[in-house]
Write a protein that binds this ligand. Structure first.
Ligand SMILES: C[S@@+](CC[C@H](N)C(=O)[O-])C[C@H]1O[C@@H](n2cnc3c(N)ncnc32)[C@H](O)[C@@H]1O
Length: 250
């Protein structure tokens, strides 16, 4: 393995799984199962094991996006996989695409987009959140996600880049959609994500005003199924409402 490479360390103890996401370095990594000398990873491959000073064995794996979703540093509520999945599927995001995203937040959506698309530019208004998101990108090994500090409402007015997909997850997305057409490539998609229906209605009105005709709003309902000796059924504790996704195309 190489210095800086992102890794997932997994250990099982007494039927419980413990996982840690870190990177290959010359430092020591402290866990409640003992200290791991990360420098030893330079002599290892994915699938090998590494042992802590307390004798606990960890399997070395390559983290995937769901691992980054679980273990990335958070600055606020991130978008969750069920909604990210819809954005990817409805826009047909692919490896040729350039994406404009805002606000970055912890960068969870931007990371998933970056794991598929060619290039992602993501704007975050708060510079302390920008720092965290940039570290999350680095830890995930995503050098194609550029996190910029700025207010998307102002930035989009002067941007001279063009994008295949624009994703907006900010409280003021309705003030951004009026300028989205000028940064979208022909056939490109804009997607907004809003927790409230009132925001969604304002976004849809803004989209209609600038000539988007084919506008779709969806809400995803996901139900986990719980299994026990008594029987199997949808879990009684579940993810409730997250947000409304609105999708429009140039
Ligand atoms: C709900 S969070 C985004 C979560 C993100 N999509 C994720 O998956 O981690 C909204 C973020 O937008 C930022 N924000 C709000 N208004 C903004 C604006 N006008 N321009 C850029 N960022 C903005 C906030 O600071 C916050 O971090």
């Amino acid at each position: 393995m190489n210095l800086g490479e992102s890794i997932l360390l997994r250990a099982e103890q007494k039927g419980k799984l413990r996982e840690f996401v870190t990177a290959v370095s010359v430092e020591k990594f402290h866990t409640d199962f003992g200290i791991i000398d990360l420098e030893e990873l330079l002599q290892k491959e994915v699938g090998d094991t590494i042992t802590s000073h307390m004798g606990q064995e960890f399997v070395i794996q390559k983290p995937r996006m769901p691992d980054h979703f679980k273990y990335a540093k958070r600055t606020g509520a991130p978008m969750i996989p069920k909604d990210i999945g819809s954005i990817i599927a409805y826009t047909g995001l692919n490896k040729e695409d350039s994406v404009l995203d805002a606000g970055t937040g912890s960068g969870i959506l931007a990371m998933y987009l970056g794991s598929i698309a060619k290039h992602v530019v993501s704007y975050e208004i708060r510079d302390e959140f920008v720092d965290v998101a940039r570290k999350n990108m680095e830890r995930a090994g995503l050098d194609n996600v550029e996190v910029r500090c700025g207010n998307i409402v102002d930035e989009i007015a002067t941007l001279d880049e063009k994008f295949d997909v624009v994703t907006l997850d900010t409280i003021d997305s309705k003030d951004v959609v009026s300028n989205v057409r000028k940064v979208l490539l022909p056939g490109g998609f804009v997607v907004t994500y809003s927790p409230f229906i009132e925001q969604t209605k304002a976004i849809r009105a803004g989209m209609a005003e600038v000539g988007f005709v084919d506008v779709l709003t969806i809400e995803n309902i996901e139900r986990e199924i719980s299994f026990s000796d008594r029987g199997s059924r949808p879990a009684t504790t579940r993810v409730g409402h997250t947000g409304y996704i609105t999708i429009a195309r140039m």
